[in-house]
Write a protein that binds this ligand. Structure first.
Ligand code: GAL
Length: 419
């Protein structure tokens, strides 16, 4: 199911951008005008997601198989593994919990989730929060009922269960509404998309129940420019992440230029974590986690928690790296420079501190021809004392210093008082 859903999304994304480039010379100005009008109507009101949301989501490991039992077991594990203490709070049920609507239009859960209120109470009893999934179309990506024409009813249902987080996924809305209603007008299609996200934003707001509102429409039409005004607390910037380095690095590359759109209450979302999934090496898991911290990304683990290996737990619960992600200043990091296949990213932190990440994105080990770090290019002068966040050791970085990194590995240093 996941492969099919994602493949079709990739094709959708491609056809949309291709069609847009070929047939619509300048589709952007009209949607932005509409956005400005809506901005007045739907300003975010709830103080949620002041730092990037942290938690766990069912999709990357369980996909369509997830059940009530899996969610309870995952909540238990988040507590017993120390993940809760490290900051992972949201337990998010992704697609495939939905049943049928009754004659009054009220949505019921399917047999995998016999009692959502009881599940929410259980998750809350652990000091955690519960998230759920829907979309503006008639169907979700996996073909289950979504919220089209039932936005207020669904928002009230979530509030009655005590749901704390909604991921709202475009999916069938594109074909069934956008393409059906405006097959030849890209700008009109984008208006329909804004309106749909605005509608659910207002429905959620009208319940007065605090909830994180997460947009999932793969970054279409520069979502970072208009999502905050519609109450979006985070927005996916790309297509789906996969548990392989190619996918992760591709997503990292697509974040350039987006930093200015992120801040407390509104974050770029390069998708959930694949740490511990697929065939990622330990270096790749470390680099993935470090880069999500530099990017001020939501940290939503997506692994098999009951069978988590100790080395994966050590990555996911590294408090120093999490502190970079959760830094109160809320400034997303940027790529300072690249030299061959090695990239240097920095993130400014509260109190004047600086995080420096040196990423070897290449497939070769650079130890035979070490990369030389330029502090001057980072605006730093003289030796810089810091902490290597993966070894835990104090380090001093010097101008032109050789840095030896295995393929896809990363050096992550926090400099408390950069000069
Ligand atoms: C995709 C979404 C994934 C997952 C999936 C569920 O569109 O990007 O993260 O939610 O749908 O069907």
């Amino acid at each position: 199911m996941r492969v099919i859903a994602s493949l079709s999304l990739a094709v959708l994304a491609l056809t949309t951008f291709t069609a847009s480039a070929q047939t619509t010379p300048s589709p952007k100005p009209a949607p932005k005008a509409a956005t400005a009008t809506r901005a007045k109507a739907a300003a975010p009101s709830k103080a949620v997601a002041l730092t990037p949301p942290m938690g766990w989501n069912s999709w990357n490991y369980f996909a369509a198989k997830v059940t009530d039992k899996d969610i309870r077991a995952s909540a238990d594990q988040i507590v017993s593994t120390g993940m809760k203490d490290a900051g992972y709070i949201y337990v998010n049920i992704d697609d495939t919990w939905e049943g049928e609507r009754d004659a009054s239009g009220i949505l019921h859960t399917n047999s995998k989730f016999p009692d959502m209120k009881a599940l929410a109470d259980y998750v809350h009893s652990k000091g955690l929060k519960l998230g759920i999934y829907s979309g503006p179309g008639g169907k979700t990506c996996a073909g289950y009922p979504a919220s089209l024409d039932h936005e207020v009813q669904d928002a009230q249902l979530y509030a009655s269960w005590g749901i704390d987080y909604l991921k709202y996924d475009l999916c069938s809305f594109r074909k069934d509404v956008m393409l059906a209603q405006a097959p030849d007008d890209e700008a009109a299609r984008m208006h329909l998309m804004f309106a749909a996200y605005d509608k659910m934003g207002k429905a959620l707001k009208s319940t007065d129940h605090p909830i994180v509102y997460s947009f999932c429409q793969y970054g279409w039409d520069s979502v970072w420019e208009w999502a905050p005004a519609l109450g979006g607390n985070l927005w996916r910037t790309t297509g789906d992440v996969r548990p392989n380095w190619g996918s992760i690095y591709n997503i990292i590359s697509q974040q350039a230029g987006l930093a200015k759109y992120a801040g407390p209450g509104h974050w770029n979302d390069p998708d959930m974590l694949e740490v511990g999934n697929g065939n990622l090496t330990l270096a790749e898991n470390r680099a993935h986690f470090s880069m999500w911290a530099i990017l001020a990304a939501p940290l939503l683990a997506g692994n098999d928690l009951p069978n988590m290996k100790p080395e994966i737990k050590a990555i996911l619960t590294n408090k120093d790296v999490i502190a970079i992600d959760q830094d109160k200043l809320g400034r997303e990091g940027t790529r300072a420079y690249a030299d061959g296949e090695v990239e240097v990213w920095t993130r400014h932190l509260a109190g004047g501190a600086l995080a420096v990440a040196v990423l070897n994105a290449g497939s070769d080990v650079v130890s035979t021809h070490p990369f030389h770090l330029s502090l001057i290019k980072l605006g730093l002068h003289g030796p810089q004392r810091g902490k290597d966040l993966w070894t835990g050791k104090d380090v001093t970085l010097t101008e032109n210093q050789p840095v030896e990194l295995a393929s896809h590995d990363i050096l992550l240093v926090r400099i408390a008082s950069p000069k």
